[in-house]
Design a protein around this ligand. Structure first.
Ligand code: ADP
Ligand code: MG
Length: 475
């Protein structure tokens, strides 16, 4: 029997607003526990939430970029449940009327494109964090994250396998980072997803019963959790059992999913309209303002790089595919007229280092400003292209500033013509046989002399000057 896999993703995207969804508390990551907490985030009685307009404008950007319906009037509801990291006893979310309605996004797997429909994208507040490993036998609660704005993006159950799910997650990540509405930092939990998986017989109209795997925050784990879950459900059904609808947890250490709780029914949450918040109305003017100021997206960048920077299609695609890579390219192009050279560094050396380490550009220590500075030091002749390769490797390992590396390692290019002439003469004097052979027509030996000067100067001589000087000395 061949089974068909059906997957729907709920992705939580942390919006990069300065303050929280309903309070003035800071959203900054990594602060001391419970220092970014406002009275509203603590859920004290008698305080009233005030909706953060910026979160709406960011959500609308996402809606416009996915050709979605924008609900210019949207409302908030309470989702009631008890958990220590949720002091109010309810989460404020958008159930009945979300800010973003139906839309879609294009994904690509092995060169094949597919459209995944998006059911909705709604705003909601994040909960705090329970900390189990700080106090022996006790659990701590950190409310810094409580009230942080999330955009929950819900897909239709149209994803057919683990690879497509990863491609979809990547497409959403690419989009939200280009839109500048989320930093895309998965290690810090800025993007997490719940994966809904079911299987069914190929010709069955009706979908199978799903399991929901909660809170996955890496591409690798999405893929593994789905593959594991499909195997588990197949085993159950083929041995005559039936899958129960439940929430499961993916254990990355054991590579298995485990049951957390059987699925709550919506009415267990007792959703009802939040009486503390009025409907939020977005005016036509506000909507057009967002529309007119949408940032440039990957497809547009790709076209511009080909038309204005003379990149070829493959280079443009690689560079425009990530926000960070595109920033590197654009910042570096401000430092040199040679955009082709910048592209070569990114598609060549930088991509090779990424492949070697098996990481994403955002996980590397290379930043757009440091990369741009490296390109600037090549174009102002402080370092040669050859030395730049070792500087790049150094940044890769240490993250140090380009100028510091050049200073500390004494890598400044030797421009001093008389010094280079002196070294060139010394090489000629100590290699009389090669000089004679060269003069008798063995032209290829010229490279030998260049190589010797480079060796003598530890690669720091300006190659162009060395060529000119040796031509003169050997003529
Ligand atoms: P809930 O909010 O209770 O998790 P929803 O109906 O909003 O439930 O669905 C959540 C996600 O589950 C959506 O992404 C949807 O596409 C997906 N989904 C729904 N039914 C199935 C199914 N039978 N198999 C796989 N995914 C499903
Ligand atoms: Mg869900």
């Amino acid at each position: 029997m061949s089974w068909q896999t059906v997957i729907g993703l709920e992705i939580h995207v942390q919006l990069s607003t300065k303050s929280k969804l309903f309070s003035g508390g800071s959203t900054g990551f990594g602060a001391e526990p419970n220092t970014h907490v406002d009275l509203i985030d603590m859920g004290l009685p008698g305080v009233l939430p005030v909706a953060n307009k910026e979160a709406f404008l960011k959500a609308i950007r996402f809606g416009l970029a996915t050709n979605a319906v924008i609900n210019q009037t949207s409302t908030f509801d309470r989702k009631n449940y008890f958990y220590p990291d949720l002091p109010k006893g309810y989460q404020i979310t958008q159930m009945a009327l979300p800010i973003v309605g139906e839309g879609s996004i294009k994904i690509e797997v092995d060169g094949v494109e597919k459209i995944i429909n998006i059911t909705r994208a709604h705003l909601e507040e994040d909960a705090g964090k329970s900390i189990h490993d700080l106090f022996e036998g006790e659990t701590g609660v950190d409310l810094n994250r409580a009230g942080t704005p999330l955009l929950e993006i819900v897909s239709e159950p149209e994803i057919s396998n683990a690879k497509e799910a990863v491609a979809y997650f990547k497409a959403i990540r690419q989009l939200v980072t280009f839109l500048d509405i989320c930093d895309g930092n998965m290690a810090q939990g800025s993007m997490r997803c719940d994966v809904n998986v079911s299987i069914k017989k190929r010709d069955d109209e009706k979908l199978g019963t799903r399991a929901e795997i909660k809170n996955i925050n890496s591409f690798k784990f999405i893929e593994r959790a789905i593959n594991h879950e499909v195997e588990r459900q197949t085993r159950i059904i083929e041995s005559g059992g039936s899958v129960v609808q439940e929430t499961r947890l993916y254990d990355s250490v054991k590579n298995e999913t485990r049951s957390m709780r059987s699925k709550e029914e919506a009415n267990d949450y007792r959703y009802f309209p939040c009486p503390d918040l009025l409907p939020v109305v977005i005016t036509d003017e506000e909507l057009s303002l967002v529309k007119d100021n949408l940032p440039e997206l990957p497809d547009q960048k790709e076209k511009r790089y080909i038309a204005d920077n003379s990149l070829d299609a493959a280079e443009a695609k690689i560079i425009a595919s990530s926000k960070t890579m595109a920033s590197m390219f654009e910042e570096a192009c401000l430092k040199t007229d040679d955009s082709k050279l910048v592209a070569n560094w990114l598609v060549g050396d930088v991509s090779a280092l990424l492949n070697k380490d098996g990481i994403d550009i955002d996980e590397s220590r290379l930043t757009p400003s440091n990369f741009a500075k490296m390109v600037e030091r090549i174009s102002d002749n402080t370092i040669s292209g050859k030395i730049a390769k070792s500087v790049l490797e150094d940044i890769w390992d240490s993250g140090s500033d380009v100028d510091e590396i050049i200073q500390d390692k004494g890598l400044v290019q030797i421009q001093d013509e008389s010094l280079l002439e002196e070294i060139g003469q010394k090489i000629i004097d100590t290699n009389p046989n090669q000089v004679e052979a060269f003069k008798n027509g063995k032209d290829k030996l010229f490279g030998f002399f260049v190589g010797q000067v480079m060796k003598e100067t530890q690669g720091k001589a300006n190659p162009k000057s060395v060529n000119e000087i040796l031509r003169k000395l050997l003529s």
